[in-house]
Design a binder for this molecule. Structure first.
Ligand code: RIB
Length: 305
């Protein structure tokens, strides 16, 4: 069985400020502390998948600066193959300015930098690698044509395609992209943006509206409420274990990574779902994105509890 996971996506330096509460517009507040972590939705998913035992390669772009060094080193230390990560001489490494409040919620502003300069040509240069993967993980922090190209190559090669529609665009995602997607995994906010209306109490109906766009399955990440899978059959709820949230940053990435590892291993979908919600829950119990990604042993221990 093919076990390789390829991530095509972003790498960011996360500049994280911890606050008691978010400032209102025009207000000044004093932070509790400030830290810098390796992040970026793509890199987080690659890192987390490797921590869970996946054989992972990352396709992306960083600047030729200190952050670029640190981000690729972080991935390398987890065992990710970073050969396909470009070092762009003309743009700085992507940055994410993240506020985390006392309840662990975050707000994030990204400055794409080198991520925005990842090209279709660079993705095509990785065609053999992407086409032979078991699972390909995509997000929307790199240009849409890059995501579409990677999705098409992956679909044609027979890989499972997981698209994290984050950050969610206001314009509908193209049908040509969604037609290549096996799992579309918005959180509740992204589901609202993508469908253009409030979810209200009926997540399943909203997910079904989104699925009409062409993705085979929609999995809505609902934080402590778990995740809801909607496909041609009935809906399935994957309940999340109860944890105390310190920092929710990267939880969605941990979820997608675990889903990818489980599918690459050929685990049944229900088991993949359990692994994914557990990996996501463990991630929120620690600060930072990559530093909070659980190992396979930690996830197994949590599942056994
Ligand atoms: O999903 C969390 C990530 O979003 C952060 O690491 C940040 O870099 C942004 O990309």
């Amino acid at each position: 069985m093919k076990t390789q996971i390829v991530v095509v996506g972003s790498l960011n330096a996360d500049l994280v400020t911890r606050l008691e509460r978010f400032p209102a517009p025009g207000e000044t507040v004093t932070a509790l502390d400030f830290t810098v972590h390796p992040g970026g939705k793509g890199a987080n998913q690659a890192y987390a998948a490797a921590r869970l035992g996946g054989q992972v390669a990352m396709v992306g772009s960083v600047g030729r600066d200190l952050y670029g060094e640190r981000l690729t080193e972080s991935l390398r230390s987890a065992g990710v193959d970073v050969t396909p990560v470009d070092r762009d001489a003309e743009a700085p490494t992507g940055m994410a300015f993240i506020n985390v409040d006392g309840s662990g919620q975050n707000e994030i502003v990204i400055v794409p930098g080198a991520n925005a300069r990842l090209t279709v040509e660079r993705v095509r240069a990785q065609e053999a690698r992407i086409a032979s993967a078991a699972v390909v993980l995509l997000q929307l922090e790199v240009p849409l044509p890059v995501v579409e190209t990677a999705a098409r190559i992956a679909r044609d090669g027979g890989a499972v395609v997981i698209l994290d529609p984050a950050p969610a665009p206001v314009q509908p995602l193209p049908a040509s992209l969604l037609g290549c997607v096996d799992f579309l995994t918005p959180n509740l906010g992204e589901l609202e943006t993508l469908t253009g209306r409030a979810v209200g109490g009926d997540v399943e109906a909203a997910a079904r509206r989104l699925a009409k766009g062409g993705a085979r399955r929609v999995v809505v990440k609902m934080g402590e409420a778990g995740a809801l899978l909607v496909d041609a059959g009935g809906p399935s709820l994957w309940p999340a274990p109860r944890v105390k949230a310190i920092d929710t940053t990267g939880a969605g990435d941990a979820f997608n990574a675990a889903l990818a590892v489980a599918l690459a291993e050929g685990l049944p979908l229900a088991e993949a779902g359990r692994l994914a919600v557990t990996a996501g829950a463990l991630c929120v119990t620690r600060a930072g994105a990559q530093p909070s990604m659980a190992s396979r042993e930690e996830v197994a221990a949590a599942l056994a509890r």
